[in-house]
Design a binder for this molecule. Structure first.
Ligand SMILES: *Cc1c(COP(=O)(O)O)cnc(C)c1O
Length: 379
């Protein structure tokens, strides 16, 4: 079975974890800070906090921005539910801005229209969470300008985008955002098993992020040496030393991983060019290619897509669909969302299929995939 994505663990990774496992620390040890320094210097942000998942990272980011029950958070429907769940954990109201069909990212024109309407109704968002889908940056300059005009904070969900660029800078440098988060789930760009990070250029936000990660326990000046006091309601969102050791080893290979994925994407463009499908377009920066999404242009028919998905599976090719618009999940219906809310995201969902792309995929396997796909689509 060729999976749509998979981790890549080598001897160096294994040795790194074994070293941590036999060290004095299984958690809260030196690998955590080293991993944070490696991430922040790689993406070009001043600070990083590594945590137990990107979901935890998003939750903490919202908490550090003061998101609470009176807050409004907007994001894209074309993401994993964790992006919007983070706002719901804080008791906030969530809303969605439809995507654009060029990049499958949140559409800045629709964002602006929605801001204009919301200003009249006095319900502007406090935070907007753009998602860099498949590792392609959103139009961050424009989103940042709108943030300045309408007074919202920005958290980039860069779960797909470690190694991607925008305006010749790495995604995560936070030039146009308050914070950015990454995921280290095995299907993502690098892995720690489970894990995530929050990066920022704000010392205050970084300190807050680190407090929320660990119960908001703070040492006060003049207090007895054993004493910490809990200053807010925090969490245990720590990552273990073993995971950080794995991440520290994985991140040394990120450029190699990104290069492999980009070459894979280039190869797909050549071998899939004759098929009746739409291939990803790059409008902003260089993609990390966490995903390679094709769209079936012969008709946005759910039945046909199920048939193609099944046939690929039978031939040993694992595909996935990213994403069912978040608000179509059953739980979101209980919040009042209905079908038709973001028509472009729904149209996209009907036709989109992520085909395998990962760091262990060979060009021979890609050729096989293209051949099988061609038989299914044309024959
Ligand atoms: C994977 C993912 C998440 C959640 O990441 P976890 O590390 O699994 O919590 C959030 N947002 C996006 C866009 C993702 O792809």
């Amino acid at each position: 079975m060729i999976r749509y994505s998979t981790q890549n663990i080598d001897d160096q990774d294994i040795q790194s974890v074994v070293n941590a496992l036999t060290s004095d620390f299984l958690t809260q040890g030196p690998c955590i800070e080293k991993f944070e320094v490696a991430i922040s210097s790689y993406v070009g942000a001043q600070y990083a906090s590594v945590v137990s998942s990107a979901t935890a990272a998003l939750h903490i980011a919202c908490k550090s921005l003061g998101v609470g029950k009176d807050s409004i958070v907007w994001t894209t429907p074309n993401s994993f539910a964790a992006t919007s769940n983070a706002a719901l954990y804080c008791g906030a109201k969530i809303d969605f801005v439809d995507i654009e069909l060029q990049t499958y990212n949140l559409c800045v024109n629709k964002l602006e229209e929605k801001l204009i309407a919301s200003k009249k109704n006095n319900c502007l968002p406090d935070v907007v969470i753009p998602v860099h889908f498949a590792g392609q940056s959103c139009n961050m300059k424009k989103i940042h300008e709108l943030g300045q005009t309408y007074g919202f904070s920005i958290v980039e969900d860069a779960s797909h985008a470690l190694g991607g660029t925008y305006q010749d800078q790495k995604i995560g440098c936070c030039a146009y955002a308050d914070m950015a988060v990454f995921s280290f789930h095995p299907v993502k760009m690098i892995t720690t098993g489970e894990g995530g990070a929050i990066v920022t250029n704000s010392k205050d936000l970084d300190e807050s992020n680190k407090r929320f990660r660990s119960h908001c326990m703070v040492k006060k000046e003049g207090a007895p040496p054993w004493e910490s006091t809990q200053v807010d309601l925090g969490f245990n969102y720590r990552i273990t030393e073993l995971q950080a050791a794995l991440g520290l080893s994985q991140i040394t290979k990120i450029d190699q991983y990104v290069q492999h994925r980009r070459e894979g994407a280039r190869h797909y463009r050549q071998i899939l060019s004759e098929l009746p499908i739409a291939l990803p377009t790059q409008s902003y920066g260089e993609m990390s290619y966490h995903l390679f999404v094709i769209r079936l242009i012969e008709g946005s028919d759910q039945e046909r897509k199920i048939e193609i998905f099944r046939k690929l599976q039978e031939k040993g090719i694992g595909c996935q669909v990213h994403y069912r618009p978040i608000y179509l999940h059953d739980y979101y219906a209980t919040l009042g969302f209905e079908k038709g809310y973001c028509p472009v995201a729904e149209e996209y969902y009907k036709s989109a299929l992520s085909i395998p792309l990962h760091t262990k995929l060979s060009s021979n396997e890609q050729d096989q995939i293209a051949e099988i796909l061609s038989k299914i689509l044309l024959g």
